[in-house]
Design a protein around this ligand. Sequence first.
Ligand SMILES: [Zn+2]
Length: 510
Amino acid sequence: MRCTRVLAALACLAITAAAQTATQTPGELKASRALAAAVKQGPLSAHVFLAKMPKGSDLHVHLSGAVYAETFIKDAVEDHICIDPKAKAFAKNPTGTCADGLVPAENVLKDQTLYDNLVNAFSMRSFVPYAGYSGHDQFFATFGRFGGLDRKQVGEWLDEVASRAASQNEQYLEIMHTPDFSASAALGYKLGWSDDLEDLRQKLLDGAVRDNVKRDIAEIDSIEARRNEIEHCGTPSATPACGMTVRFIFQVLRAFPPQQVYAQTLLGFELASADPRVVGINFVQPEDSYMSMSEYDRQMKFLRFLKTKYPKVHLSLHAGELAPGIVPPDGLKFHIREAVEVARAERIGHGVDVMYETDPHALLKEMAAKHVMVEINLTSNDGILGITGNHHPLANYRAAKVPVSLSTDDEGVSRSDLTTEYTRAAMEQSLTYMDLKNMARTGIEHGFLPGDTLWSGPDAWGKPIAACAAQPLGADKPTAKCAEFLKSSEKATQQWELERRFRTFEAGVQ
Ligand SMILES: [Zn+2]
């Protein structure tokens, strides 16, 4: 159902709802009514319903931002680092004795005020904007305060994120992480910038990048080994988190000079080509910073160059994580379009300023036609940009048939989780059970796992390819033909599993 200007908004909504109802299965109808009743009761009832609902994936989650402050404090005590009570930040402890003005991390466990101050400084908890210091400033400042921990803790962070996701009926995560890139960056600076991208690429490859790839593969090996150890995977006491499929997105720091950003980006493309656990690349750091804004064109151009060199490596880009006033009006006009048209990103993170782009309706149409998915982060957009309700373009994307799915961004910093995002979508964006169900399906469809899709056409939810049409979706024992197809495709395997979870969930709805 496509709403046009001819139809009044309310009539259109009613017709859309009627069209949805006509095509729903009995289980979907039951779940739709149950969520509608819960929403009517309020956010707490909606939360209870949505906590158990299958959510498929979380495709936009930064590993360090997903960890809760309490975990960082525990890690700081274990690592015997120091705390700067004035700056409310961790400080390294190279000599084994904390310098003047610093206190040993273990002190914080005996000082509730300091503990509270650190939790607040590492997150959006208790934060109230004040003159000259916004939610945006607080949000991004947290990352500098909890740095300095030992890298050996990263496997535990992965477990924390995977365990929380498993407890909310998620099954697939694409986690953004920055493996070591120091040698590549150092060589980038030594070589300096050159517009001859091929020549620069060759020099970087001949130098430090290939060794850096090997180190990063070893780093991911050790992170995964630690996570498996904590979760007892492969043993009778395996935790539910072992069932969570995790892939990594290599995140590149965009707010640095081009010689560093290019070297790190090249390392990401090489790593993703060498290690199937790394499925794509993304660019991070505040999009409104001087370097991000002034280097944007160049970065999109070299991403296109590298994407041509490594066509199998996927690309998702933070683009349009901006709002009026944060940058001058001209700064709102081109980030999403350039990410789509120049860099050829397959997914966009945030996309909040889309209606301020030049010719936004043409852009939305192009994104729908190219099936560029937008990762929607409602809580983060509220905290960083102050964008909520109908100032958020989610309804515009949906009306234009641009694929969208919900994600958490930085659940540790935001003090949220994916259920919170679903609840906000239901309460504040008026999304129905079928809207949310199809967004969960959209996430798996647009995830970067290899293999053919289960569905017979783009976004043809509920209509599988012929090989899997002879049984209920998500059946425990698919036919031989369907089983063979699922075996050939990691993506379709996840899609089948999501349908299995929906069948179970809908059967249990009262
Ligand atoms: Zn993000």
